[in-house]
Design a protein around this ligand. Sequence first.
Ligand SMILES: *[C@@H]1O[C@H](CO)[C@@H](O)[C@H](O)[C@H]1NC(C)=O
Ligand SMILES: *[C@@H]1O[C@H](CO)[C@@H](O)[C@H](O)[C@H]1NC(C)=O
Ligand SMILES: [Cu+2]
Length: 343
Amino acid sequence: MFCTLALLSAVGVTQVAAHGGVLEYSWAEKWYFGWAPYNSPTGQTTIQRPWATYNPITDATDSTISCNDDGSSGALQLTATVPAGTAITAYWNQVWPHAIGPMLTYLASCPGSTCTGVDSKSLSWFKIDEAGLLSGTVYDGEWASGKMIQQNSSWTTTIPASVPSGNYLIRFETIALHSMPAQFYPECAQIEITNGGSLEPTAAELVTFPGAYSNTDPGGKNISTSILVFETIKLICISVNIDVYSNAAQAQTTYVIPGPALYAGARSGTPAPAPSSSAPLPSSSAPLPSTSVVSSAAPSSTAGTTAGAAQYAQCGGQGFAGATTCASPFTCTVINPYYSQCL
Ligand SMILES: *[C@@H]1O[C@H](CO)[C@@H](O)[C@H](O)[C@H]1NC(C)=O
Ligand SMILES: *[C@@H]1O[C@H](CO)[C@@H](O)[C@H](O)[C@H]1NC(C)=O
Ligand SMILES: [Cu+2]
């Protein structure tokens, strides 16, 4: 009885207290400030698409799920130029409160010579980065969004070198699974990719928002039920015999990240997809070591670490215990104190 009451009020507090979105971006040592949803739209000049609210989207098919707004660009919309291969960091408001759930990044190509005026709901999106359950179990493992919090509430995604040059929206998203239903936090920015490659996303890699997610996705609304129960019992009812709940989530070490298969150029980390050697990474693969793409060369080099970490792999940062050298010709580059990457 006590536990039930405590549970309800704790959930309520969590939901009121802490939400938000992407407030800034940085790459190549430049900073780009985002849209301020609680200021007047008049006079706002930013590369970020306008967005409406710090509140989460709680319906996977909501009309605002492309860019957390009606899909339109700003009156004074800017576009930033980004060479393909650049690592872009998005910053959420600090300290991001939701440590359970995946991180996802998408691109959508705009028709014509600019994304300005293009409705984000009309575009086809492909996923260039995803990370879900990094280690452990759904019950108490480490999630990508927890790692995002450790990394100064930021997430770094590299624009694959294979993406064709052109105008794109980039959509960073974190999904919070601590409560039911799942909470979606997507924001978008306008970029022009230069020096790109020639690997178009395939039809199977392209989705629309809404359309990409469903409320019955195993990685969406559904899985958060068990997490909510376990987390809340763990926090609030510490003395209760939790054995009775120790079934599925305690044993579950995989989490199916929602959305389409990862774009091939992001899977291989090289401009051209290696046809047979690089089996597609299962999108549910729990123990992805980092946010980054995994080189197909990685598995064979695990015995001797002299080769160093692959391109785009994490190679340093607070709390990082993996290899700190990079395979030739890449060098370990500090992105921020929490994250260094082989570039
Ligand atoms: C949740 O998942 C279970 C089993 O995986 C399934 O039977 C059930 O219908 C799902 N519920 C929803 C709301 O999707
Ligand atoms: C952490 O993020 C904030 C933006 O939220 C930024 O201003 C600050 O420079 C970042 N710190 C580091 C060390 O990257
Ligand atoms: Cu929140």
